[in-house]
Design a protein around this ligand. Structure first.
Ligand code: HEM
Length: 503
């Protein structure tokens, strides 16, 4: 009797799982049977092949080479349509209906809440309108001052390291991008470059590790089972540290603004003054708005700040580091960039970069684009079909996940027959004009494209130019194959080693 109960208790969940899996796969396959790809292993789909961030780009590229077009895959009973073709990216990215961000974004929500990158509908529209002026070009001169200050620190740190044989530049660059984003959006000195071990830096790194772990673990990815894990409690504890830090900055800044208002009677009316709004940075814009509309709460402001802090530092650090890596491997291309910089900075290569210099860096612009083509910082972005949608003569059913594999689109003939070659010339307008406009979309496109695209390009040019004017970048003495990890942002698994020679 006892044995029968035990067997029953063991078999019942397994049986329910089998029934559920069969039902779901049949539901999706009714619509997707003609889409290239398979359902993978019974019950698991392709979960085992995708079980680590290190394998994910290899796995996706393997299937992309096999099918040479968009293809489906399954994780458990959940179907994914992997979209790789430019015309299909255009179809989905420009769609304003029937798509929401995929459930994969739930894992970053504990960190960023319902900030711009994860929210939708009226909240997203309202917040985007408030935030947008922070990314207007009239702010850029001020931002460039910040990039100059922090790239000076970065160059000094790298100069100290350059005595070593090979330098892993990635940890230095990531602390730099944290400092830069913190000061530009909140006006606060973060000092990550001077304090690698600061609680905030280690907390953010830990939270990113936890997000990655959750994405790939069947146990941790389950909302029911997750609270029973130690990781859950570590996440809670770490989030508290990060959110407390952001809240304290918001509270201090609020006090400061209130003090200014009291001191300057005109300030209240001048808040409506467009000129003053133009000078406001990200946090001030949100705080200002919340004074006249209390539906924008301090907690919502905290979510927007945490969103931009995260979205604005990790991607840019990856892009800067991979560009430096590509330049170290291609001395001829590096020499051309250096020649361009010499022409722009005339006889004073040590002077600060100005806003006017940046459009002159045409070749560097092409080099950065080529690097982020090959090493796409956001390799995949996800959506979910909210209502049955017609696409290429078939119906995509509600609940289907869509993965835009920008990494595949960029590393294929969509970007030219010689796509395996590092060739900045492919971004020469005469060459690129014949390609599909959605064959290169590292910042996405359409209504949910990156709000920080121009900011990121300016920051990358400023930083890379500061490093190149000071050092010649050479391949490391002990060269290792580059191993990529792709969980949220594409990163080097074992760092990026470069030999730095002072100029
Ligand atoms: C090389 C650097 C960067 C790359 C490659 C990049 C890429 C992207 C991509 C692909 C998206 C679309 C994500 C999606 O649809 O789910 C996005 C959205 C976003 N990015 Fe960036 N990004 C970069 C830098 C930045 C910077 C510097 C900031 C802020 C200062 C920023 C803030 C955002 C925000 C707030 C969103 C959400 C926009 C919305 O949904 O309305 N990003 N980014």
């Amino acid at each position: 009797m006892m044995l029968a109960v035990i067997i029953g208790l063991t078999l019942a969940p397994l049986l329910s799982w089998i029934i559920y899996w069969t039902y779901r796969v049949q539901y999706f396959e009714k619509y997707l049977k003609n889409v290239p790809g398979t359902t993978g292993l019974p019950l698991f789909g392709h979960a085992f092949e995708l079980n680590s961030p290190r394998k994910i780009t290899e796995f996706i590229m393997k299937y992309y080479r096999l099918y040479n077009t968009n293809f489906k895959m399954y994780i458990g009973s959940q179907a994914y349509l992997n979209v790789t073709e430019p015309e299909d990216l255009e179809f989905f990215m420009t769609s304003t209906t029937n798509l929401k961000k995929s459930d994969l974004y739930n894992y970053i929500q504990p960190l960023v809440g319902q900030g711009l990158a994860t929210s939708s509908g009226s909240r997203w529209k309202k917040h985007k309108k408030i935030i947008l002026p922070a990314f207007h070009f009239d702010k850029f001169e001020k931002y460039i001052d910040v990039f100059n200050t922090h790239s000076d620190i970065l160059v000094t740190k790298l100069a100290q390291e350059s005595q070593k044989e090979d330098v892993d530049i990635f940890p230095f660059v990531i602390c730099y991008t944290l400092d830069a984003i913190c000061e530009t959006i909140m006006g606060t000195h973060f000092n990550a470059q001077d304090d690698h071990n600061s609680k905030y830096v280690s907390s953010i790194n830990l939270l990113i590790d936890i997000i990655v772990k959750r994405v790939f673990s069947p146990f941790l990815s389950s909302d029911v089972l997750y609270p029973f894990s130690i990781t859950y409690w570590r996440e809670k504890f770490t989030l508290k540290a990060v959110h407390t830090y952001t809240r304290s900055i918001i509270a201090n800044r609020k006090q400061e603004l209130l003090r200014n208002i009291r001191e300057d009677e005109d300030s209240i009316s001048s808040r409506k003054d467009e000129k003053k709004t133009k000078n406001k940075m990200f946090l001030d814009l949100l705080l200002d708005y919340s004074q006249s509309d209390n539906t924008l709460t301090d907690e919502q402001i905290r979510e927007e700040i945490d969103t931009v802090m995260y979205a604005g530092h990790d991607t840019t650090a990856s892009a800067i580091s991979f560009t430096l890596y590509c330049l170290s491997k291609h001395p001829e291309i590096q020499r051309k960039v250096y020649e361009e910089l010499k022409a722009i900075y005339a006889d004073d290569l040590k002077r600060k970069t100005t806003y006017k210099d940046l459009p002159e860096m045409r070749y560097l612009d092409m080099v950065i684009k080529e690097s982020i083509r090959m090493y796409t910082p956001a390799p995949m972005i996800g959506r979910m079909i909210e209502e049955d949608t017609e696409w290429r003569g078939i119906i995509l059913p509600k609940g289907l996940m869509i993965a835009f594999w920008l990494y595949c689109t960029h590393n294929s003939v969509n970007c030219g027959e010689d796509f395996e070659k590092f060739n900045p010339e492919r971004f020469n307008v005469d060459v690129s004009k014949d390609r599909h406009p959605f064959s290169f979309v590292p910042f996405s496109a359409g209504p949910r494209s990156c709000i920080g695209q121009k900011f990121a390009m300016l920051e990358m040019k400023c930083t890379i130019s500061a490093i190149l004017r000071r050092f010649e970048l050479c391949p490391p003495t002990f060269e290792q194959p580059m191993v990529l990890t792709a969980a949220v942002v594409l990163k080097p698994k074992d760092g990026i080693y470069i030999k730095l020679k002072s100029r």
